[in-house]
Design a protein around this ligand. Structure first.
Ligand code: HEC
Length: 299
């Protein structure tokens, strides 16, 4: 017997099984359904199995029903009808009581004494969901007033600051897992010791031949001064390393050899050379670089 109840059961089963699989499978932030997409097919299979069970059950009850004789069928139908009538009976009774509506015989008690061309009005109570909803808004308003207008719990500015602070923490967390997504626009100076050491390794293995291990410069320019040919600051340095220098100068684009994170690490390491003034450093080339940030602060 296909009934609404079986559709509900399927929906509820689908929801609970999804939640359950996600709950037992997921460790960390990312749902197992994202890490292991094949799980979707397991889930689909479970639902399919459940649907076939429902169909089998419905078929069996149909067969049994049809095998009953007429009298038994009638008895059965009557029982089902009674059950249906009593379904949610408590809710119905309760709602009606709250509504305060009267049976048609008692309507004279609540009839209002005006009469427009035979149209009369009953003085019914408001629907309970409306009435209690209204009371709720009053209570809410009182609490809100006392909390925010009298005791000044927090205001919108503070709420905003808090949300921004929380978002910043989340971004930091995210960056830890998404470091390799950086590009010249999103790169920031990496200050962790592990990034510094990784940057140092990359520098010594790839860059020191031309820029010297202390950054003093050789074939390539001095990286320890405030003068930059292609622009200073982490973003420009990242871009130079990724895309290379001017044509024919010998600084290749490293983006095919180094991952974005590695470029960010070595760029951060290069930044640490600033003002180290090694002996025998190459003459400064390019223009003196002022960070946009430091310019802003001076204003
Ligand atoms: C083959 C030699 C060579 C190697 C290897 C090399 N560079 Fe360079 N680098 C140069 C030259 C030459 C320039 C100047 C480019 C120009 O003038 O356009 C330069 C420029 C730069 C600049 C810009 C300097 C400025 O004043 O704007 C940075 C930053 C830099 N290199 C970093 C690196 C890093 C990091 C590596 C290693 C991943 C590296 N270089 C490897 C030769 C090299």
């Amino acid at each position: 017997m296909r009934s609404i109840a079986s559709y509900f059961r399927i929906l509820i089963f689908a929801g609970i099984s999804l939640y359950f699989l996600n709950w037992i499978g997921t460790s960390g932030d990312v749902s197992i359904f994202i890490n292991q997409p094949w799980l979707w097919s397991i889930w689909g299979g479970l639902i399919f199995f459940h649907i076939s069970c429902e169909i089998c059950l419905a078929a069996i009850s149909r067969v049994i029903y049809n095998s009953l004789n007429l009298e038994a069928k009638e008895k059965y139908d009557a029982r089902i009808a009674l059950k249906k009538a009593n379904q949610f009976v408590w809710i119905k009774i309760y709602y009606k009581a709250l509504l305060g509506s009267k049976n048609i015989e008692e309507e004279s008690e609540i009839i209002l004494d005006h009469n427009y061309d035979g149209i009369q009005e009953l003085d019914n109570d408001l629907p309970p969901w409306w009435k209690y909803g209204f009371y709720f808004t009053i209570i809410f308003a009182v609490i809100y007033l006392v909390r925010f207008e009298i005791y000044n719990d927090y205001n919108q500015d503070e709420e905003y600051e808090l949300a921004v602070a929380e978002a910043k923490i989340e971004i930091e967390e995210w960056k830890k897992t998404a470091k390799d997504l950086v590009d010249e626009n999103s790169v920031i100076l990496l200050t962790d010791a592990s990034d510094f050491n990784a940057g140092k390794d990359i520098y010594l293995n790839n860059c020191a031949v031309c820029h010297k291990s202390d950054g003093g410069g050789g074939i390539g320019p001095n990286l320890t001064d405030n003068y930059w040919i292609l622009g200073g600051g982490i973003k420009n340095i990242f871009k130079t390393i990724a895309d290379g220098g001017r044509n024919g100068k010998g600084m290749i684009a490293w983006k095919n050899d180094l991952k974005p994170l590695e470029i960010a690490q070595v760029a951060s390491y290069v930044m640490s050379f600033e003002n180290t003034n090694p002996l025998e450093s190459k003459k400064s080339e390019g223009e003196i670089w002022k960070d946009a940030e430091s310019l802003k602060e001076k204003k």
